[in-house]
Design a protein around this ligand. Structure first.
Ligand SMILES: Nc1ncnc2c1ncn2[C@@H]1O[C@H](COP(=O)(O)OP(=O)(O)OP(=O)(O)O)[C@@H](O)[C@H]1O
Length: 204
């Protein structure tokens, strides 16, 4: 379980307090009005915000003060997830390690994941040569190959059209089950997650 106990975070003049529990393996949608603190919640779990008080834990182990790279978490944003000057392959391989140098087994895993995500033919291209949906699937591949148990998604598919969004949500759910991930997804289209969400957090 991912747990936030009286976690307090300051953003400008705002003080946010979070109390939430997300079950291991859940697909948790995060909803609430604009400015309520949805992105702030994900950034806090990922370690990008200073926590003033409270505790964040995973499976009973606190990671409140751990650096982002040591947390059991990977995060994907609405856009600009990929480095434009690197190939799609290298962008994804960076999820394995910062050098992006992979052994044969790791390369095979990457290929296999990209087959599943329908981007295996795009690996030698630059990100700008890909469609928006392909770019986000490449970003999803990098987040998954990172092999962290918690996947944080901040409106990841909102720039895509409705049909593509639905396809990407279904793919994310398949990945959640296959890789035993706990997914937290911020959305402004909560109904689109009706089929996959096992839990909802409403931020007010
Ligand atoms: N770095 C920052 N400095 C100061 N204020 C910030 C900062 N980041 C966010 N805020 C403020 O904190 C509040 C919450 O922002 P946040 O992005 O978490 O909201 P949100 O619920 O994700 O909104 P939206 O649905 O519009 O994306 C907003 O009022 C925002 O202006």
């Amino acid at each position: 379980m991912l747990e936030l106990l009286s976690v307090q975070v300051k953003q400008g003049d705002n003080l946010f307090t979070y109390n939430s529990q997300v079950s291991k393996g859940a697909f948790c949608r995060i909803v609430g009005p604009s400015g309520a603190g949805k992105t702030t919640l994900l950034e806090t779990i990922a370690g990008f915000n200073h926590i003033v008080a409270g505790e964040v834990s995973w499976q009973g182990q606190s990671f409140t003060y751990q650096k982002p790279e040591s947390r059991p978490v990977s995060m994907m944003f609405q856009q600009d997830n990929l480095f434009a000057h690197l190939s799609v392959y290298t962008n994804i391989a960076l999820g394995v390690r910062p050098s992006a140098r992979l052994n044969a087994e790791e390369r095979q895993q990457l290929q296999q994941l990209c087959v599943q995500l329908g981007i295996v033919d795009q690996l030698e291209k630059q990100p700008t040569q890909l469609s928006g949906g392909q770019q986000q699937r490449a970003a999803l591949a990098r987040a998954i190959i990172h092999k962290k148990p918690i996947l944080l998604l901040d409106e990841p598919f909102s720039a895509l059209d409705k049909k593509l969004r639905e396809d990407c949500i279904a793919l994310t759910d398949t990945m959640r089950k296959q890789y035993n991930l706990t997914v937290l997804m911020v959305t402004h289209h909560p109904k689109e997650l009706d089929q996959v969400a096992t839990q909802t957090i409403e931020i007010s």
